[in-house]
Design a protein around this ligand. Structure first.
Ligand SMILES: [Zn+2]
Length: 201
């Protein structure tokens, strides 16, 4: 299920089928890969319920959501968290997301480049030995000498990077919404559900 979070001031909430105001709203800056956003919330809890289960119950439960949608292509919105009573739970969720992002930030690696063809070689710091390898692309010897590496970087694939970025963005968004006293809303992204799809994986 693809979804969208947003926050608007309580006094500007409207009921479906009206749309929520666009001039006064807060939204996390999330990557367009909805699987990454969904993964970002996996393992995080809100009031002792998995955050994803709560969203599913709100959006796909017996009672459909009643608030206006964020824009065309989205279903009606439901209140995910309401200040002030949900403030502590939402702040805990934000903390949880940030610690998940830190834990999965990836191990550090040292990086070298082949002097001839520029091919990159990254070796996890714990596995670095001073050896010479032959460049896979051009055969030139590359000295994996720690003092001559180009530096350290995180060994992280782009998807995991998007997941962690989503976690940090959501944490910032939840905190900001609570600081303003605005309810956090969630709506289902119907554009994804409506898109033609092959056999589901
Ligand atoms: Zn090379």
């Amino acid at each position: 299920m693809a979804f969208r979070f947003l926050a608007v001031p309580s006094h500007r909430l409207v009921n479906h089928p009206q749309s929520l105001p666009v001039d006064e709203r807060l939204e996390p800056d999330l990557p367009p890969v909805h699987e990454a956003v969904e993964r970002a919330l996996a393992g995080a809890e809100f009031r002792d319920v998995r955050a994803k289960d709560r969203m599913r119950a709100l959006l796909q439960g017996d009672r459909p959501p009643t608030l206006g949608s964020p824009e065309a292509g989205f279903g009606p919105s439901a209140v995910f968290a309401q200040p002030p009573q949900d403030l502590p739970a939402l702040l805990r969720l934000a903390d949880e997301l940030e610690s998940l992002a830190r834990r999965e930030a990836g191990e550090r690696a040292l990086v070298w480049k082949c002097g001839d063809c520029g091919a990159r070689y990254a070796v996890p710091v714990a596995l670095v030995r001073q050896v010479s390898i032959r460049c896979e692309r051009c055969g030139t010897p590359v000295e994996l000498n720690a003092t001559r590496s180009l530096g350290e970087e995180a060994l992280i694939d782009p998807f995991q990077g998007a997941v962690n970025h989503s976690r940090k963005e959501l944490a910032v968004f939840f905190r900001e919404a609570m600081a303003r006293g605005w309810p956090v809303l969630v709506a289902e992204d119907k554009r994804v559900a409506a898109a033609p799809s092959g056999p589901s994986a």
